[in-house]
Design a protein around this ligand. Structure first.
Ligand code: ATP
Ligand code: MG
Length: 437
């Protein structure tokens, strides 16, 4: 893609309405555009990053055997009346009437809808376990939408639902999802910590929030710093190993202020190891047994032909919130550096040229074609502008690698720079192999 053709409405000045750095950057680099309070359009740059995050989430869900489907955004109120949540959910639910006067709603979450799908399709224990998920827009009429896409009304969420015949099996599904979440966040370049959490309106007795550390986070957190050292990649994907994994994490103290207990924290964690800071919730998992299956009559026959209620859990990741969370974690001193796995482009070529001397631009175009042939996603800055402005702009766009075609690049040897480090002179084939890793 040539930068001159990219739809990227850059804004020079700091937007005054944006209070945190992710919101400021997303507006300045034209990633999003607010359409009304808490509702945003995703412009090409932001959309590209969100789609990359979505794909990693999808791959890690598929990896644990979860199956993708798609449920609608608009739901009927009937099933919510069955579960008893229609009145409980309150003003966060956007209620709509269709032309026949039927009560509909824009889904804030999908426990009822998936239970309805499941009860009409599955009758026997033989079909279990199952994990189903979708990645779909949600609407919650948040009382105070703020911080851009971090807390907005319409947001993109991956929500998964597990179905098992017993508590014991359901906990295995829970552990798989716990594992999948930690793998997902680590591929996105985030260190997310699972914290024991209160269950809120979803209900149930077992729940973890996945939190990344950031000063601007809304959750206060208390943790033993040992939890940061556990490497998720050391666990194998089998039930025994996953049980060990969950124990390893949950044996170390980590809690949000809702579950925090001062005496427990001081008794369990030495002063030197105590971390008290703020964080952003990027995911939340719940095990709630038959909270929905019971009132909604979601029964199956067990081995002996006895009717039992299905044991369910639900598991959410804020895909759109993650875009902002990654920025909070990586944007420092006016430089944004996207993690390689979700960067909007793999590399940007920045030629130094003027209207009267376009030799470097022509050279850049050749390098561009070479890299495209290798399926490397390249941005070429063909905008006629001085180099210092260009560098400032690319510090914000945040593509992690640059090829600078100026006085230091000669013949096949090109100036290659990773953001936040010094540049080096490399041959094009060396650059290609660096970009492919
Ligand atoms: P919060 O406490 O932040 O309101 P929640 O507990 O209501 O979150 P869940 O119902 O568990 O959230 O939703 C799953 C995920 O969806 C959250 O972990 C978060 O990443 C994301 N999410 C929830 N509400 C919003 C919102 N208003 N804007 C953007 N993302 C959101
Ligand atoms: Mg909420």
């Amino acid at each position: 893609m040539y930068l001159s053709q990219l739809f990227i409405p850059l804004i020079k000045n700091l937007p005054t309405e944006a209070k945190i750095k992710s919101h400021q950057l997303m507006i300045r680099t034209g990633m999003i555009k607010q359409s009304s309070s808490g509702i945003y359009s995703w412009l090409p740059l932001g959309f590209k990053v969100m789609k990359k995050i979505e794909q990693i989430v999808r791959e890690e869900q598929n990896h644990i055997g979860a199956q993708e489907m798609l449920m609608p955004t608009i739901q009927s109120s009937e099933i919510w009346k069955e579960s008893g949540r229609y009145d409980d959910y309150g003003d966060e639910m956007l209620r709509i009437k269709d032309r026949q006067g039927r009560e509909m709603l824009y889904g804030p979450t999908n426990e009822e809808l998936i239970t309805d799908v499941f009860r009409s399709s599955v009758k026997s224990y033989k079909s279990l376990p199952q994990i189903l998920y979708h990645i779909q827009w949600k609407f919650r009429d948040e009382i105070r939408p703020r911080f851009g896409v971090m807390r907005c009304k319409e947001f993109y969420m991956k929500d998964a639902y597990s179905f098992d015949i017993s508590d014991e099996d359901a906990k295995k599904s829970y552990n798989k999802m716990f594992y999948s979440y930690l793998k997902t966040f680590s591929r996105i370049g985030l260190k997310a910590i699972p914290m024991s959490a209160a269950t809120g309106p979803i209900g149930g007795d077992l729940s973890h929030e996945f939190i990344i550390l950031a000063d601007t986070g809304e959750s206060k957190i208390f943790a033993d710093k040992k939890i940061f050292d556990i490497d998720i990649n050391k666990y194998k994907f089998d039930d025994a190993s996953l049980t060990r994994m969950r124990n390893d994490f949950t044996n170390i103290y980590a809690a949000t202020d809702e579950k925090y207990n001062k005496d427990e924290f001081n008794n369990k964690v030495s002063k030197d190891n105590q971390v008290i800071t703020k964080g952003i919730e990027v995911g939340h998992i719940f095990y709630f047994g038959d909270k929905y299956s019971k009132p909604m009559n979601c029964f199956i026959d067990d081995k002996n032909g006895k009717k039992i209620t299905v044991k369910m859990g639900s598991y959410g990741i804020g895909v759109s919130r993650l875009v902002a969370a990654v920025i909070e974690a990586n944007y420092n001193n006016d430089v944004m550096k996207w993690p390689k796995t979700i960067s909007p482009f793999d590399v940007v070529i920045i030629p130094s040229f003027t209207k009267n001397n376009t030799e470097n631009l022509r050279k850049a175009e050749k390098v561009y074609l070479e890299l495209k042939k290798q399926n490397i996603d390249v941005l070429l800055d063909d905008v006629d502008e001085n180099m210092s402005n260009k560098f400032k702009k690319h510090d914000l766009i945040g593509v992690p690698f640059q090829i600078i075609i100026g006085s230091k690049s000669e013949g096949d040897n090109l100036e290659f720079k990773e953001l936040n480090s010094t540049s080096e002179i490399l041959s094009l084939s060396n650059i290609k192999s660096k970009l492919r890793i």
